[in-house]
Ligand binder design. Structure first.
Ligand code: PLP
Length: 463
């Protein structure tokens, strides 16, 4: 038995023993044979029990865009703990209203659209609420979503998340989305080349509406079986895939023609990850609904939510009680969110993220020219990708991708003569893509460090 006073002195072996005995392995920690144990974090680094620093290039899956233990956000939350840490959702209070105002006013500035904000706890719960808002407005339960898209693991979110693996243990999903190929040009679904395909994939999508016999649309009544298209502007878990610039404008023409609501999931790519507050801003289209989460509280009390145009969410359309959760709009979360959004208004992330992203991408390109097992590198802002392949530069190489991550976690790399490690994450259809998600405050020296440490890993592992 562990005594209370022993908690801070638990060895890694004791933690592992407890985990093996008492923790469910149904989450993702035991994807790895020997999950890594960390003891603390700060800025861009995680630390193990020996205080070895690990440069983190995944930042809690994009939940800490402003770095671990961000002082301003922490202080705001501490102040909220001392003021009003909790309040039942049947009451209203200052920071819920203020954060909603900030988000909604930002939408007017960016998209010229009035709307309202609805909060919930985690990303998947925000997606559940988005599905409710969309079904409630369109009176349709079928939706389009992208192949390679990821929207969370609740049952509802799994309906619009393409990977069958996430659904296969849980029976029949009657409202499963119709999944449309994402414009993943490096591995085009249709075998086309981006330079001259003329948005072939959008044309294929549009074909579905040509005749009622294609199963989606009745030209006589003008009725479509699908109410909305829910999508990520860049694939997140799907491998940080950046669509071609004009793609969403082309897609939106089709959606508008058939009255399909356009909902964008910014849970991973929002909050300046790509150099714009909302990643969809890069593509010149206006969404009807946006979901957000993760970095909204920079890793503190979780809060996620959605913004929707007034026509979808005005009180007469989405009246009291249509959605509820005890911890939705919790004050520690809204206070953290308000501080994060304030920092994002005050600082020029648009410039800094783009500059740092370009520097990072140049480093990745140098590595690509050196190692034949790097098939593709790309990125938008500080959302960057590196596709690990066989030496043909195309065949996915998941094994090497896994090894790169394991080797980085050994903590025996060196930078400027000091011992350190590297925390990486992977994604993609074949789990062969290293997805780089550094802190937006990563310094130029840390970018050099990242490239040098990656170089060390490839030197060790490339055969
Ligand atoms: C785009 C996107 N949507 C939704 C989710 C689900 O969020 P959560 O894990 O907080 O439930 C994620 C999580 O990775 C995500 O990347």
């Amino acid at each position: 038995m562990i005594l209370k006073e022993d908690v801070n002195n638990l060895t890694d072996e004791q933690i592992r023993e407890l985990d093996n005995k008492y923790c469910s392995w149904g989450d993702t920690a035991h994807y790895s044979e020997l999950p890594k144990i960390f003891s603390s974090c700060n800025g861009s680094y995680m630390y193990d029990s020996k205080d070895t620093p690990y440069l983190d290039l995944q930042m809690w899956y994009a939940s800490c865009n402003l770095g671990y233990k961000n002082k301003r956000v922490s202080e705001a939350v501490i102040d909220q703990i001392n003021t009003m840490p909790g309040i039942a959702p049947k009451f209203i209070y200052n920071y819920k209203a203020l954060l909603s105002q900030k988000i909604a006013k930002g939408m007017i500035k960016r998209f010229g659209e009035k709307g309202r904000v609805h909060f919930n706890v985690g990303g998947a719960q925000a997606i559940e609420d988005a599905i409710k808002v969309l079904r409630n407005y369109t009176h349709k339960n079928r939706q389009f979503a992208f192949m390679g898209g990821y929207h969370g693991r609740t049952i509802g979110a799994s309906c619009i998340t393409s990977s069958y693996r996430y659904r296969e243990s849980y029976g029949h999903f009657s409202d499963r989305a119709h999944f449309v190929p994402f414009p993943y040009c490096f591995r085009c679904h249709y075998g086309k080349k981006c330079e001259n395909c003329n948005f072939y994939c959008v044309k294929q999508f549009a074909k579905n509406f040509e005749s009622e016999y294609n199963s989606f649309y009745d030209r006589k009544t003008g009725d479509c079986e699908f109410g909305a298209f829910i999508c990520e502007p860049l694939l997140g878990t799907g491998g940080y895939v950046v669509p071609p610039k004009g793609y969403f404008k082309e897609l939106k023409k089709v959606l508008d023609e058939f009255n399909i609501v356009f909902a964008v999931d910014e849970i991973q790519m929002g909050l300046y990850r790509t150099g714009k507050l909302w990643a969809i801003e890069h593509f010149g289209v206006t969404p009807d609904l946006i979901t957000f989460g993760k970095s909204l509280t920079n890793g503190l009390n979780p809060l996620a939510g959605l913004w929707a145009k007034e026509k979808l969410i005005a009180p007469d359309i989405f009246p009291p009680g249509r959605a509820h959760s005890t911890y939705s709009s919790n004050p520690l979360g809204t206070r953290a969110g308000y501080e994060v959004m304030s920092i994002m208004e005050e600082e020029d992330f648009e410039t800094s993220v783009n500059e740092k992203g370009q520097l990072f991408l140049e480093g990745l390109k140098t590595l690509k020219s050196k190692y034949s097992v790097i098939g593709d590198v790309d990125g938008l802002g500080l959302a960057l990708r590196m596709e690990i392949t066989q030496t043909d530069g195309f065949t996915p190489n998941r094994e090497l991708c896994d090894k790169l991550q394991e080797e980085g976690l050994k903590g025996d790399l060196t930078y400027k003569g000091k011992k350190c490690g590297l925390v990486l994450n992977n994604g993609g259809y074949y789990k062969n893509v290293i997805t780089f998600v550094p802190s937006l405050y990563i310094t130029k020296d840390e970018i050099n460090m990242a490239i040098e440490l990656l170089d060390q890993l490839f030197m060790r592992l490339e055969r």
